[in-house]
Design a protein around this ligand. Structure first.
Ligand code: ADP
Ligand code: MG
Length: 321
């Protein structure tokens, strides 16, 4: 590398982004020293993204940095956690300073927005791989889980589904789309908004939660398996954005919404007695919540059409292997 590892860390990662008063020692020693919060439990998540596998090679450095942290913030959101600290294991083919500047800006601007401090990491040479580990707080006993959905609970999703998968097609030049819709979808793919505030709001409200990273069908199935329940989802109720409608017609928009990954919305279940609480959220925040179905006793995920008829559909989510 043209600059040393130490210069690199100092120049791009140290003393940047949010500073927190629960960080006793941050970047620069052999380990970070962090102060726990009384009455809380620590949630730890980690996610790796690999160049050419998890993002197209032409993605900008800023978008890669943003994504590496955003996917972790989304996991914290799905646990109902308040973000606190993160560490970064960075493997680079070469120390390209323009790339590093963009990457660090993308990552640290997002960290700052969520008051998260980068407290350590590791830097090595090799094929582009970015691993972020993130930590967040939940009041003891209040973490949201995949297990817990009960028969009769409403199944909800935040925002709109399928935009990111359609946006990836636009980025890859596989979609013919008007410029305005195309750029809205591209932005949803490149800069997913982790639903951190919603996750915290759902503590004590949702009976289960997951973030939608591999596609709604695949991720909701994880919730149902963990909860030993099934669900009926109404295809007509899936939240599909205007840009997605403009770019992909009928069936293919529904395919995108059910099978497309990378949306990073939250899917969660709410017992009937608590559904009215969701009104408080709608009043405060622009992100809509949509009730798309109901948890049922019989295991399995079933889709129903406008006439309540079960439709046969095989949806496969993103498979890593
Ligand atoms: P060691 O040789 O003890 O493993 P390093 O030289 O790898 O230490 O790291 C020195 C300091 O810089 C440590 O505090 C480490 O956590 C931090 N660090 C290394 N790489 C990164 C990175 N990519 N992002 C943030 N901090 C990093
Ligand atoms: Mg050391």
């Amino acid at each position: 590398m043209s600059i040393s590892e130490f210069e690199l860390i100092d120049r791009y990662f140290r003393r940047r982004g949010a500073r927190r008063n629960d960080v006793v020692i941050g970047i620069g020693d052999d380990g970070a020293v962090l102060r726990p919060r009384p009455g809380h439990e620590l949630v730890l998540v980690t996610d790796t993204i690999v160049g050419g596998v998890h993002f197209p090679a032409m993605m900008s450095a800023g978008d890669v940095g943003y994504r590496a942290l955003a996917v972790n913030l989304s996991d914290l959101a799905a646990m109902g956690a308040e973000p606190a600290w993160c560490s970064l294991a960075l493997t680079l083919p070469q120390a390209d300073e323009t790339w590093l500047q963009g990457f660090a800006d993308g990552l640290l601007e997002l960290a700052e927005r969520f008051d998260m401090e980068l407290v350590g990491g590791d830097t090595t040479r090799g094929p582009l791989t970015v691993t972020v580990t993130a930590h967040g707080w939940v009041p003891a006993g209040q973490a949201l889980r995949r297990a817990g959905a009960g028969t009769g609970d409403g199944v909800y999703v935040s925002g709109c589904l399928g935009d990111a998968a359609a946006g990836l097609r636009v980025v890859m030049g596989e979609s013919t789309c008007d410029a305005e819709s195309g750029s809205a979808l591209t932005r949803r793919f490149l800069r997913p908004e982790p639903r951190v505030a919603l996750g915290q709001f759902l503590r004590g409200v949702a009976s289960s939660a997951i973030d939608v990273s591999d596609g709604l069908a695949a991720d909701l199935r994880h919730v149902l398996e963990a909860s030993a329940r099934g669900a009926e989802v109404h295809l007509a109720r899936l939240p599909i954005s205007a840009p997605l409608r403009a770019c992909e017609h009928g069936e293919s928009a529904i395919e995108r919404a059910l099978g497309g990954g990378d949306d990073y919305e939250l899917c969660f279940t709410v017992p009937p007695g608590r559904e009215s609480t969701l009104g408080d959220w709608l009043a405060e925040d622009g992100v809509p919540l949509t009730r798309i179905g109901t948890v049922v006793e019989r295991p399995g995920l079933r889709f129903v059409d406008a006439g309540d008829v079960v439709v046969d559909r095989h949806i496969s989510g993103y498979a890593h292997f």
